[in-house]
Design a protein. Structure first.
Length: 350
């Protein structure tokens, strides 16, 4: 085989992070698996435990300045390793050859189960070893799910390509050392009844912008660099002179535009003790240079009255509402619309 014909998948298999398992690891995994009733769940819990123990060993040899805490509540969906304020969720798999990784939806959307990083761990029971194959940030996972409209499978999981995961594990260590946990927002626990579905919760909940100043962000709001291409992001940084948190949320433009997405960007600043400044923009995503024409961005009052509106033209690389200020507790909405067929509204509270 010529050197030039070696692809990234070959390199991934040639450079594995191998961790050997000890007899006590298997004993511990069997003990945890016996705590669940279903035979299928027993096997998954057994694999999850071995994956977690292996991942913990790998982290402990590379992060020496902080203790690594293991979540004792091992579930079928997996468990966490906590390093400082970061949560890491090992995803146990048995066969890597199909290049597909299944992640339970609960491990992404449930506040108590979601993690900042998901690490793919191949469990080789007979060889008494596990292999770390790559990792993915929560915000990148949510972004991919939105862009490609991933469907939930019958076993309540999503299937992701292994190529989506970063095979260079040192990048995970880099994030741990240089990134704030708040830079990867996780879903926030709902105060509503647990019987309310996540989808209903997201659509009925107002985004509380004052909490952004404390580093608390609701599910779906992501860092700008995960949604907007680097060239546009660089230009954006020169346009927005406002200090303060900047987050963006994907808006799906529907079937007529091939489920193209745009990013609703919100930037807030603390003007006075009880007043916030708000800047709202709409940007293309997915490498697109311009917004679709005739896209409306509208500011609505609490009562639904239109306060201001801007419409995209044929070559607008972004549109923006006039910046405004409001007192703490004030409510308003922002609507993205395209004719009568598409109307997406986001509710906010200062």
């Amino acid at each position: 085989m010529h050197r030039s014909s070696v692809n990234s998948s070959d390199i991934r298999l040639l450079l594995p992070e191998v961790i050997w398992l000890e007899p006590e690891d298997f004993h511990q995994a069997r003990g945890y698996s016996q705590l669940v009733m279903s035979e299928a769940q027993q096997w998954q819990t057994y694999l999850n435990t071995l994956a977690t123990l292996g991942c913990e060993k790998w982290l402990s040899t590379r992060i020496l300045d902080q203790p690594i805490h293991r979540d004792t509540n091992v579930m079928e969906t997996g468990c966490h390793l906590k390093v400082g304020e970061f949560k890491i969720c090992p995803i146990a798999i048995e066969h890597i050859l199909d290049e597909i990784v299944s992640i339970p939806t609960d491990a992404i959307d449930q506040p108590e189960l979601a993690a900042h990083f998901y690490v793919v761990v191949e469990v080789l029971e007979e060889e008494e070893q596990v292999i770390l194959r790559g990792f993915l940030r929560h915000d990148q996972l949510v972004n991919y799910r939105s862009q490609f409209n991933l469907q939930i499978l019958e076993d309540s999981s999503y299937q992701l390509p292994l190529s989506l995961f970063d095979a260079e594990l040192n990048h995970l260590l880099f994030y741990h050392h240089f990134l704030e946990p708040s830079a990867i927002p996780l879903p926030v626990a709902s105060t509503q009844s647990a019987t309310v579905s996540l989808q209903t919760y997201l659509h009925n909940t107002k985004t509380k912008l004052s909490q952004w100043l404390e580093g608390v962000f609701e599910e779906g709001w992501q860092t700008i660099d995960t949604l907007i291409n680097p060239e546009a992001n660089l230009a954006l940084s020169t346009r927005i002179t406002h200090k303060g948190p900047k987050k963006a949320k994907l808006i799906d433009l529907g079937v007529q535009l091939g489920h193209q997405t745009v990013a609703l960007l919100v930037n807030i600043t603390e003007e006075t003790e009880d007043k916030l400044g708000v800047l709202i923009q709409l940007h293309p995503t997915g490498g697109e240079r311009y917004l679709p024409p005739y896209l409306n961005l509208t500011l609505l009052s609490k009562a639904g009255k239109s306060l201001q509106q801007v419409t995209s033209r044929s070559q607008d690389n972004y549109i923006q509402l006039k910046p405004f200020k409001g007192e703490s507790g004030k409510r308003f909405s922002v609507e993205v619309s395209l004719g009568e067929d598409l109307k997406v509204k986001e509710d906010f509270e200062l």
